[in-house]
Design a protein around this ligand. Sequence first.
Ligand code: PMP
Length: 383
Amino acid sequence: MTSIPASLPLRNDLIGEEPYGAPQLDVPVCLNVNENPYPLDEQVADSIARRVREVAQTLNRYPDREHVQLRQAFCDYLAHESGTRLGVEQLWGANGSNEIMLQIFQAFGGPGRTALGCDPTYSMYPEYARDTFTEWKVIHRRDDFTIDLDATLEGIADIRPSIVLLTSPNNPTGTNLPLEDVRTLLDACGRIQVAGAAEGTHPVVVIDEAYVEFRNPGTPSAVSLIPAYRNLAVSRTMSKAFAFAGARVGYLAADRGIVDCLRIVRMPYHLSAITQASALAAFEHTDLQLRRVAKLRETRDETAAWLKRQRYHGASLQVADSESNFLLFGKFDDRQKVFDMLLDRGILIRVVGPDHWLRVCMGTDEEMAAFRSAFTEVLSQID
Ligand code: PMP
């Protein structure tokens, strides 16, 4: 809870707002914020310590504002991961993809502008919009959480947003957005004039690929469309599959023009020398950092199958198809009660997304066994 004296001239639209964030509770099993549950390998930790030691004595100086070495590392990683080689000027880093997204809203949103998304989706999007005085509008996803392409195209034509923001795989549902749909949306945006902007401007289409490494093998990334579309931006992060959430490193791949727009709004020296050194060290060990991704995919598929076999009020549970490291499952008459009963048993999951559904993030085998055992007990007591 916040404690803000009425005498403070907080912005009118922020009065009554609470800081965003899932509860950070000290419980044995945390499956609530879509982290990678596996700690870093010793070798990676040693490389980070070495690189940070190297920059420690230069901390009297500001870091490389353009973080060129790190942008080169993003390029090399994307070429390896998505099969598309971009230039350094097409990459841009920030403190988590949260900051990337805020910079996108700062550059392309603002008073009189609208950003459009498809809900249910990541709950931070309305906050970036609020903080940049951008209007946030949504088109509802279908019952299976896929986007309603026709309704979205209609929404784009009616609203003429400056930002179309879609998530693939989506949070909290795990739903993949087919590349064909991204292409259709990009083509449509190429024919739209943005409301409240100069003649000849088109919406920027942002695909948030925070969880993309967990997609089913063979699924292409939107990064492959960047060479063909100047209004496409793909946001990525090292927080999830790359097991680097604590370091706060996100990045964007896009046409150079979009990167140059973000360079206008970024804070000077926004990426500390320590952050840059840590990320470079982690990229020395890409394969080690990603070695549990296939395992987490397996855990997801096994957990989804197990959840679907569970019965609640005489019927099987529903589980949304997920290409991510988490599962949305339900539906529960009182999801808060299920959440609380799990928490009583030391398991922290997340109350998020549409009413009646809960989200659980994939943990280690031991953590998932603890989740299954606690959840079985909860179901037997609730029925
Ligand atoms: N996008 C999505 C869809 C997310 O779920 C998250 C984190 N939960 C983020 C972006 C931000 O992640 P980070 O700032 O750690 O890169």
